[in-house]
Design a protein around this ligand. Structure first.
Ligand code: IPE
Ligand code: IPE
Ligand code: MG
Ligand code: MG
Ligand code: MG
Length: 323
């Protein structure tokens, strides 16, 4: 059983060896090398490695290629997400479509997605069918969620519709990281399903937190444009609750800000003032806590497994991050 620090070091070395290949320094591969090199929290591959070792009793590093697959998929989804969200900054640096161009970002992202399938099964060929079925289910779910995210922007949405959208676009891959690690480990289907449910529930908390940080993270640490969701009229938990709670005057002001305010700074500041007046910040944190607590309750049956405590601790620290 390896500790998280050891797993993280091994993962970074593994990813760096891929990103630093001479053939990855130009053309189609340069954006992949670039985005991998920008780091990030590596939540999904770490969850996969910890799930693998909890369910197999073996070292997590045996599943490094599998972990690479989920990080590749995640990075592909970020490259395309930044095009869809008009985002200028990712992990503190220019987004791929800004640094190169949109067509390159589309193609590099596509190739990264395809390569993910290659990494997924290395070392686990006898379990390839089950791994690919789960990976495909999750990947299609993410795309469905991203579609709903775009359809909802600037429209009216309810909280249940929003939760379903983030369940797909974000939580399915968090759940999938745990289930794929468990499948590679040869876990029973019920255990795989339990791990998936736990990850998916925590993943909803994670996206609520991401929406919160999009407004309230310290700008110097966040690595993304603060206020980006407001500028794009994204239906976040914060905006939906603001619309629901606003009185007639506040609603008129919100409509003006969303659809008529030409200054980006004034738009973000104006919407933030409404959030403040309506107590949106505390409400979002409480909703996030609710999902992390529900995930914790789902973990009860798994706690007896040596190695599961690492996953528990990981979600605990994730729910407390400030950027
Ligand atoms: C960002 O994910 C996209 C979401 C699903 C919210 P992360 O916050 O895990 O991004 P990195 O990988 O750490 O940069
Ligand atoms: C993105 O959600 C989820 C993905 C599938 C990439 P966001 O659009 O909120 O992610 P960030 O904030 O850009 O990282
Ligand atoms: Mg985005
Ligand atoms: Mg997005
Ligand atoms: Mg976000």
């Amino acid at each position: 059983m390896q500790q998280p620090a050891e797993l993280k070091t091994a993962l970074e070395i593994h990813l760096k060896a891929i990103a630093d290949r001479p053939s990855w320094q130009s053309g189609l591969y340069a954006p992949m090398s670039y985005i991998l090199g920008l780091g990030g929290k590596r939540i999904r591959p770490m969850l996969l490695l910890m799930s693998y070792q909890a369910m197999s009793g073996r070292d997590g590093t045996e599943a490094l290629n599998c972990a690479t697959a989920v990080e590749f998929f995640h990075n592909f989804s970020l490259i395309h997400d930044d095009i869809m969200d008009n985002a200028p900054v990712r992990r503190g640096k220019p987004t791929v479509h800004e640094k190169w161009n949109t067509n390159t970002a589309i193609l590099s992202g596509d190739a990264m997605f395809a390569l993910a399938y290659e990494y997924l099964i290395v070392g686990f060929e006898p379990r390839a069918a089950a791994l690919m079925r789960e990976f495909t289910r999750v990947s299609v779910g993410v795309c469905e969620g991203q579609m709903q995210d775009m359809e909802m922007a600037g429209q009216r949405a309810s909280i249940p519709q929003y939760i379903e959208m983030i369940r797909k676009k974000t939580a399915m891959l968090i759940g999938g990281s745990l289930s794929i690690g468990a499948i590679a480990a040869g876990a029973q289907p019920e255990e795989v399903a339990q791990l998936y449910a736990l990850g998916e529930t925590a993943g909803i908390g994670f996206q609520l937190h991401d929406d919160y940080l999009d407004v309230y993270a310290p700008a110097d640490k966040f690595g993304k444009q603060v206020g980006g969701d407001i500028l794009e009229n994204k239906m976040t938990f914060l905006l939906i609750r603001c619309i629901e709670k606003a009185d007639a005057i506040q609603k008129r002001e919100l409509d003006r800000l969303l659809y008529e305010e030409p200054s980006p700074e004034a738009k973000v500041a104006g919407v933030m003032a409404l959030y403040e007046a309506l107590g949106i910040k505390a409400e979002t944190m409480a909703e996030m806590d609710r999902y992390f607590a529900a995930a914790d309750a789902l973990a009860a049956d798994l706690r007896s497994r040596p190695g599961f405590g690492l996953i528990d601790d990981f979600f605990q620290s994730l729910s407390k991050r400030d950027h």
